[in-house]
Write a protein that binds this ligand. Structure first.
Ligand SMILES: [Zn+2]
Ligand SMILES: [Zn+2]
Length: 268
């Protein structure tokens, strides 16, 4: 399986997952042209995308979804709550509602959804599984990580997980207090510290890739996140390749294979 973030953060989120000829985007937070340009850097086109799955209705995850879906007739999968709140359930759109905490198939990929805690209508995180059993999880915009989400994300070969803010930078930074309170709340975003303590309970034998996503540009820095990830790696004693998704450009694609080596295949 190939996984590549096209960009991640409060200015837009979009991540490509592909295996066995099926290509999906998780979230479409960039406009049509921006998404096209970023896909092109990865050697891909919007016309090759099988489906868009939306995690929740916030603009940084859904901004380009309606236009892209309508133009390229790409079905949009999301919970009914997300579709309604994002205004995506119009007759012009191929909308495909699913229930959280269920699994469904898109082409050759199996998608496992799980409800997360965030200030949105019915938000989701996902594990994307390919035919050979390779699993990649993606979870961001988490106020807190509850036990069902921890359980859901265990056993993934690759994990894209939120590390939103450094607590000191957020507390002493220039954000208005109301916004700070929202970010810090049970329905906001994960601090680096909270992210790492959740990851310490998720990361295991199978985990080979960890990509930190949705970093705040104002209240975090890649070097801080990498230092935290190093500590985590030392703590769990595991060989994990760590990457950090940026906001302004796609990251180099991660080629994910199962730890057992079964079914390894170069796809890119
Ligand atoms: Zn977001
Ligand atoms: Zn959000």
């Amino acid at each position: 399986m190939l996984v590549a973030s096209l960009g991640s953060g409060s200015a837009g989120n979009c991540c490509l997952f592909e295996a066995d000829g099926t290509r999906i985007l998780v979230d479409a937070g960039f406009g049509l042209r921006q998404t096209q340009q970023r896909l092109k850097i990865l050697g891909r086109e919007l016309s090759e995308i099988t489906a868009i799955i939306v995690t929740h209705e916030h603009g940084d995850h859904v901004h380009g979804a309606a236009k892209i879906a309508a133009r390229f007739e790409i079905p949009v999968y999301a919970t009914r709550g997300t579709l309604d709140a994002a205004g995506l359930d119009s007759s012009e759109l191929p909308a495909r509602p699913f229930e959280n905490n269920s699994s469904f198939r898109i082409g050759e990929l199996e998608i496992h959804s799980r409800r997360i805690i965030h200030d949105a209508s019915d938000p989701s995180c996902f594990v994307v599984e390919s035919r050979d059993g390779t699993r990649a999880g993606i979870a961001s915009d988490l106020g807190v990580v509850d036990d069902p989400v921890l359980e859901h994300l265990r056993g993934c070969d690759a994990l894209l997980f939120e590390a939103n803010h450094d607590l000191d930078m957020l507390r002493t930074g220039s954000y208005p207090w109301s916004l700070k309170r929202r970010i810090l709340s049970r329905h906001g975003h994960l601090s680096n510290e909270d992210s790492m303590s959740a990851l310490a309970r998720i990361v295991g034998e199978a985990t080979r890739h960890l990509c930190l996503i949705h970093l705040s540009e104002r209240n975090n820095h890649e070097s801080i996140v990498r230092a935290h990830a190093e500590e985590l790696r030392a703590k769990v004693g595991s060989e994990i390749a760590v990457s950090v998704a940026g906001q302004h450009a796609p990251m180099p694609p991660i080629e994910v294979t199962r730890k057992s080596g079964k079914g390894q295949m170069r796809l890119f």
